[in-house]
Design a protein around this ligand. Structure first.
Ligand SMILES: *Cc1c(COP(=O)(O)O)cnc(C)c1O
Length: 435
């Protein structure tokens, strides 16, 4: 207890003496766990003893990852899942059952936006959209008695905007509903959203959290402070047969998981029955990546600053979006929430023809052209035509995403090589005009 982030990221949630003295977290590659005698089985199946039974529900390798992530956020509980999309969808299904509404904005990961339009309404869960997320009053105005949560990203992709987390959390809490924050782009190194009032934080651990571009994983973390017994969430208060005690008495989620009702219910219901479990090997990869998150993200932020300065004086660039870019409107919020840097993504406007832009994208040799972010390798993409193509034209207009947008995700290469790579790609692209 009381350790700093950098100590927790390599040590929290694990004790070698509980794992045959193995120093590196072992990969428990097993489906099931011996139950011992039938009395122990009774205790395990009535939640009075918490050892693993079956890897879909829990696994010691995955458990270390969950405990470590909870510790890194000073949070009560965490649950690891097979992808970021599973984390987003399970978190929302957990809080808003049939007939519930979620209040959000179009400034989200493209897959999330599309799932809100294409999948959730069919499951009985409706989405309301705030048109100008920069104005917290709009969140206030769009809340209804059926709204069960506000869902936002703390640092958005691709245009790197910042919502006023504290103001939005206050509005959600005044209505007795939780604020759920997707903190994928920000990373826990740069921002702990629980300090700004978030109640639930989700990640795609696929991105900078693991950071090596070699795993798909997600996580849901809860503060443990939100009161799901306030009358807005009957699903947390309803006694359930599968939560019965040793005497066969039905219990509700708040009774069985008093400190961690959100992740407790998510494990018992969504992970258990919908089944997007993270494999022990993948949990190991995320743990390994987490060990260096501070060092990686700090260098990625420094590289972003260097590339930003290069792009700001480039004649082929019409604008650059990054909170620390000249004249950026999010500078004040960045100083408040992101003093260590506003992440390692930036976007810019390509001042040329469509053909020149295609040549530019084809000409980078250090920046890889692919749909990912937060990798140790630097990446480039045209989001309006790829990662965010799921947004409707109206949503793209709302977000301000134009076809000339190029997004960079900075890796760990040398800043000099990154800048030289962009420079030679600009030269190649604009040589086209002279032919
Ligand atoms: C990538 C991403 C997701 C989805 O995560 P997967 O691991 O690809 O399923 C969700 N939210 C954000 C902000 C993302 O960048």
């Amino acid at each position: 207890m009381g350790f700093d982030f950098d100590t927790l990221k390599v040590q929290a949630g694990y004790r070698a003496d509980q794992h045959n003295n193995a120093v590196s977290v072992p990969i428990y590659q097993t489906t099931a766990f011996a139950l011992g005698d039938s009395f122990r089985a009774d205790r395990l199946f009535s939640f009075s003893e918490n050892d693993p039974i079956y890897t879909r529900l829990s696994n010691p390798t995955v458990d270390v990852l969950e405990k470590r992530l909870a510790a890194l956020h000073g949070a009560a509980g965490a649950i690891a899942l097979a992808s970021g999309m599973a984390a987003v969808s399970y978190a929302l299904l957990n809080v808003a059952g049939k007939g519930g509404r979620i209040l959000t904005t179009a400034r989200l990961y493209g897959g999330t936006v599309d799932s809100f339009s294409s999948v959730f309404p069919d499951l009985g869960l409706e989405i309301d959209w705030v048109e100008n997320p920069d104005d917290p009053a709009e969140f206030q105005n769009k809340l209804t008695s059926e709204t069960k949560a506000v869902f936002i990203e703390s640092l958005t992709n691709p245009l790197v905007t910042i919502p006023d987390l504290e103001a939005i959390a206050r509005i959600a809490h005044e209505h007795g509903i939780p604020l759920i924050v997707d903190n994928t782009v920000a990373t826990p190194y740069l921002l702990n959203p629980f300090e700004q009032g978030a109640d639930v934080v989700v990640y795609s651990a696929t991105k900078a959290l693991s950071g090596h571009g070699n795993v798909i994983a997600g996580v849901v973390i809860e503060s443990g402070e939100f009161n799901y017994g306030n009358g807005h969430f009957p699903q947390f208060e309803k006694p359930l047969w599968f939560l019965r005690d040793g005497n066969g008495m039905e219990r509700n989620v708040l009774q069985v998981f008093p400190g961690t009702p959100f992740t407790g219910r998510l494990r018992a219901v969504h992970l258990n029955y919908l089944g997007a479990a993270l494999s022990p090997f993948d949990a190991y990869l995320v743990l390994l990546g987490l060990e260096t998150i501070s060092e990686r993200v700090a260098k990625q932020v420094a590289n972003t600053q260097s590339v930003l300065e290069y792009l700001e004086q480039n004649e082929h660039v019409s604008w650059v979006r990054y909170p620390y870019a000249q004249g950026n409107p999010y500078r004040t919020l960045a100083d408040r929430y992101f003093p260590k840097g506003a992440g390692s993504i930036l976007s810019f406007g390509f001042k040329g023809t469509e053909e020149q832009m295609r040549v530019f994208l084809a000409s980078t040799k250090v920046f890889g052209y692919q749909a990912n972010i937060g990798d140790v390798r630097s990446l480039i993409i045209n989001p309006a035509q790829t990662t965010h193509v799921e947004l409707t034209l109206d949503q793209r207009k709302l977000v301000g995403l134009n076809p000339d947008t190029i997004r960079l995700s900075m890796g760990l290469e040398s800043a000099k090589d990154l800048i030289a790579d962009l420079d030679q790609a600009f030269q190649t692209a604009f040589a086209v005009r002279r032919r």
